[in-house]
Design a protein around this ligand. Structure first.
Ligand SMILES: [Zn+2]
Length: 410
């Protein structure tokens, strides 16, 4: 018997995504920083669309949009974010929001589905004012003091000013309601090239990697770049450069299959052309979804620092700045995504961790959570050329809606 269950309307999904792309358009992408005028119009756009899905719409005191259902039965929360990085892509965020909207439109009207999909657009996932402020507020981790102190990292505008300009000052913030949701599902572009290079349609996210950050300090002796003989120099900049190369030589012997590491910033002190740097530091980040791998690499980092200090002429110290536990995605939801991929995408799916952070990692601390990825052309993201083939967007929507159905009826 053919499957006659209502499914995603791909053309409607593409039309919605293009409508959001037209708000704050920049080249082929968008410029939609948090609480900008185009961001506000995008939130208003969603508020106007949600009633079509049988949802009551509202924006809370931190700029989260919620579509809530009065339908009895289980509720599945689904969504993503609507703001963008500066001058960035059109799908990073809106894809997951429109998929959630589509799932609500298809399933909330279906009498065969007893529960409902509720929609959330989390504010400031892209971190213009802070770190995951919207989703962290929802799980109860944002204090009023944090909002008082938050400023736009580009313009310096305070978050309180921005909220007032949005008309949101004094509005209550919505918090997670225990027992209301069976879980949270988020779709996102992959932002890497695993799916494209494997000719796959769907990434079933197993975990969102943790981020560990370190500052590595090098201490030598500041001196004259013309008169100090090479043999007696204690050049902290040179020590740093050698250490960077040593990391790349030795980490592969201890890392996991998907570990990534990055030196994101180097500072030389005093940083002048005629002075041998007396001190230097680097910000170093490791990402993996296995704390055991991180522990191994961290031990190696300390060992290398001790070796370098013992050898001289500079001393090296490692300070941990940030520990980020990985977020594990719900296994039952992963199975539902995989089953939906078999039904809707010919089984062209792969289980994979997410190297990028997402709101789902916050939601995963209070309810079962899962994510699915669609391919990114060339693996490009956080740039206005970011794109996904229309056919892949449509397939992703079909898999997403079918996954929601499986979770709500399973
Ligand atoms: Zn995103």
């Amino acid at each position: 018997m053919p499957d006659t269950k209502p499914r995603a309307d791909g053309q409607r999904v593409l039309a919605d995504l293009n409508a959001l792309r037209a708000i704050g358009a920049y080249q082929t992408g968008v410029h939609k920083p948090t609480f900008s005028e185009p961001h506000k119009r995008s939130l208003d756009w969603l508020v106007q669309k949600l009633p079509d899905a049988g949802l009551a719409a509202g924006i809370d005191g931190i700029g989260n949009v919620f579509g809530t259902s009065a339908k009895p039965g289980l509720k599945l929360l689904a969504g993503s974010h609507l703001e963008s990085q500066n001058y960035a892509g059109w799908l990073d965020g809106p894809l997951g929001v429109v998929y959630a909207l589509e799932a609500a439109r298809v399933l909330n009207a279906d009498p065969a589905v007893r529960g409902a999909v509720e929609v959330a657009a989390w504010c400031d996932e892209e971190g213009h004012f802070g770190s995951f402020l919207g989703s962290r507020s929802y799980i109860g981790q944002v204090t009023d003091a944090e909002i008082d102190a938050a400023r736009d990292r580009t313009s310096g505008r305070t978050m309180r000013e921005a909220l007032a300009e949005m008309g949101l000052a004094g509005r209550p913030r919505v918090a997670v309601e225990k027992g209301r949701h069976v879980g949270y599902l988020e779709a996102h572009i992959e932002q890497g090239d695993t799916l494209e290079s494997g000719k796959l349609a769907i990434g079933v996210v197993t975990s969102i990697v943790g981020i560990w950050q370190y500052r590595i300090d090098f201490n030598g002796a500041q001196n004259h770049a013309g008169t100090t003989r090479m043999a007696v120099r204690k050049d902290a900049g040179l020590a740093l450069a050698k250490f960077c190369v040593a990391i790349d030589d030795r980490f592969p012997t201890a890392c996991g299959p998907r570990t990534v590491w990055t030196t994101g910033r180097i500072t030389l002190d005093p940083g002048a052309p005629s002075i041998i740097p007396g001190a230097a530091d680097m910000l170093f980040q490791i990402r993996d979804d296995d704390p055991a791998v991180i522990a191994r690499l961290e031990a190696l980092l300390h060992m290398m620092a001790d070796e370098a200090s013992a050898k001289g002429p500079c001393t090296v110290t490692v300070t941990k700045l940030r520990t980020g536990a990985p977020a594990l995605m719900d296994l039952g939801f992963q199975d539902a995504i995989e089953a939906a991929s078999k039904a809707m995408a010919g089984g062209r799916s792969i289980r994979m961790p997410s190297g990028a952070g997402h709101d789902a990692q916050m939601l995963a601390t209070v309810m079962p959570a899962a994510m699915l990825f669609v391919p990114s052309i060339g693996g490009i993201s956080h740039h206005w050329t970011e794109n996904t083939a229309d056919a892949d967007i449509v397939t992703g929507a079909e898999v997403f809606v079918d996954t929601c159905r499986r979770i709500l009826t399973g």
